[in-house]
Design a protein around this ligand. Structure first.
Ligand SMILES: NC(=O)c1ccc[n+]([C@@H]2O[C@H](COP(=O)([O-])OP(=O)(O)OC[C@H]3O[C@@H](n4cnc5c(N)ncnc54)[C@H](O)[C@@H]3O)[C@@H](O)[C@H]2O)c1
Length: 256
């Protein structure tokens, strides 16, 4: 991914999990990286971690559900680095698995406002800045649950379907103006988010849960966040120059 050298990359939801793995991979490719999330303590830690890896990196606090916070983030990137070449939108609300009829309206609203409107807010301001710079790439993090139904995760699944809708529509809208937009659809991936889902279980139950999950995946294990990051980097680089509006499944064969 040599073309990523010196590129300016913004990763919303970039301080943990898949976003953080992508940030490290971009730094390893010589890109300048801004990670954004809500928790400044965690953000500063990540900024230092990325700099120790030899990267030109910065954290900026942002709540993707708040358009003015996103506008401020993108303005920070432009001030600090003078341009924006690549964006990755990875933030999602930490919704808990639950039967659809038992999901509180408030939680459904938070899922949609983070997972759908958050991605839209980010794309809106990222695109505005990329148009001024002559183009760029955007990768949105959807899910295999954005391609098929997910029992006990109906609102999450609806949100991830919507991310694919935004990706396809805006990819068609902006490709002629030099902005190439795609999505990645991970299957079950080892991240803090997934660990939080089983933290109420005993360690034996957790192992059992993990074994059952692994057995359902043809490759026989969960993805590592780095494996999703590889797909994100490819979609962000010139290696995928003719790939537009695509939803790249990275799921160990689950959807096959
Ligand atoms: N882990 C999986 O198994 C899996 C599978 C498929 C898709 N995904 C998707 O991958 C993406 C990353 O998930 P992850 O597993 O790395 O989770 P994660 O919880 O580790 O990362 C999500 C990040 O988003 C940030 N965030 C949440 N709400 C925010 C807000 N309002 N404003 C700014 N930042 C906010 C969090 O602080 C966190 O840094 C999500 O979109 C998730 O839906 C994950």
């Amino acid at each position: 991914m040599q073309d990523l050298l010196g590129k300016v990359v913004l990763i919303s939801g970039g301080t943990t999990g898949i976003g953080l793995a992508a940030a490290k991979a971009f730094v390893a490719s010589g890109a300048k990286v801004v990670v954004a999330a809500r928790n400044p303590e965690r953000g500063i830690q990540v900024e230092q971690e990325l700099r120790h890896l030899g990267g030109d990196a910065a954290f900026h606090r942002c709540d993707v559900t708040d358009p003015s916070s996103v506008a401020d983030l993108v303005a920070f990137v432009a001030d600090r680095f003078g341009q924006l070449n690549c964006a990755v939108n990875s933030a999602a609300f930490d919704s808990r698995p639950s039967a659809a009829h038992e999901v509180p309206f408030e939680e459904a609203g938070k899922t949609i406002s983070t997972d759908v409107l958050g991605v839209f807010n980010c794309m809106k301001y990222e695109i505005e800045t990329m148009l001024q710079g002559g183009g760029g790439t955007i990768v949105n993090v959807s899910s295999v649950n954005g391609l098929s139904g997910a029992p006990n995760a109906a609102v999450y699944s609806a949100g991830k379907h919507a991310v694919i809708g935004l990706t396809r529509s805006m990819a068609k809208e902006y490709i002629a103006r030099g902005i190439r937009i795609n999505a990645v659809c991970p299957g079950a991936t080892e991240t803090p988010r997934r660990e939080r889902r089983t933290e109420h279980l005993t360690s034996n139950e957790r192992r059992e849960h993990r074994d059952q999950l692994s057995q359902a995946i043809p490759i026989g294990r969960l993805a590592k966040a780095e494996e999703i990051a590889s797909a994100i980097l490819w979609l962000s680089s010139a290696a995928s120059s003719y790939v537009v509006g695509h939803s790249l499944v990275v799921d160990g064969g689950l959807q096959a």
